[in-house]
Design a protein around this ligand. Structure first.
Ligand code: HEC
Length: 170
């Protein structure tokens, strides 16, 4: 219990630190100085955190939750729903990879790896959705196989762009 509290506290402090660091930048309007532009003309997706932090705080934690949900064959609809939710969250989250503060984003292979990872996570979600709707016919082996494809997708991008990035395990 003490351990848990400490780790929660650390996370809160870390989050407070991140907000304190990011807020001054986030509060800056984007666009050329001195040129009044309508918000619609300047508003667009912009990265808030750098790519390493994005991986750590978004993809890794979301992926770990999926991994935990898949640790054992789902016993009931609730467990199938948990896999679906975690996989679909990971799929949508990978859209954020299309705009990161790395030069490699302009490399067409970056978008290809991103789309492949997004699709792989969506495939896991769809397979879990089938299990959720047909618990009697549910096939965990198929979901696991799709999960392996997802892991390969993470690692394929790491192999192309970040050889020192960790190898993601199923
Ligand atoms: C489109 C490319 C791409 C995809 C897809 C991708 N990554 Fe990464 N990842 C990177 C890059 C590049 C780095 C190196 C970190 C950096 O930018 O400095 C990285 C680093 C990491 C790190 C180390 C972060 C740190 O602390 O420095 C983790 C963890 C990680 N990725 C998890 C994942 C997981 C899990 C997936 C799949 C769900 C994934 N990544 C998919 C490009 C990708």
């Amino acid at each position: 219990m003490i351990l848990k509290t400490t780790s929660l506290l650390r996370r809160l402090l870390f989050a407070a630190g991140v907000i304190a660091m990011v807020y001054p930048f986030a509060a800056q309007p984007i666009g050329a100085p001195g040129q009044p532009q309508s918000p619609a003309a300047t508003a667009r997706p912009e990265p808030v955190v750098d790519n390493g932090e994005f991986m750590d705080l978004f993809l890794k934690s979301t992926y770990t939750e999926l991994q935990q949900a898949m640790a054992a064959p789902p016993a009931d609809r609730k467990a199938w729903a948990a896999i679906y939710q975690k996989a679909i969250r990971l799929a949508e989250m990978q859209n954020l990879l299309f705009f990161r503060d790395r030069d490699e984003v302009k490399d067409p292979r970056w978008a290809e790896h991103t789309a492949a990872g997004r699709q792989a996570a969506a495939d896991v979600a769809n397979a879990a959705l089938f299990g959720l709707r047909n618990v009697a016919k549910a096939d965990f082996a198929t979901v696991r196989q799709k999960h392996l494809v997802l892991v390969d997708a993470c690692n394929a991008c790491h192999k192309t762009f970040a050889r020192d990035a960790p190898t993601i395990k199923p």
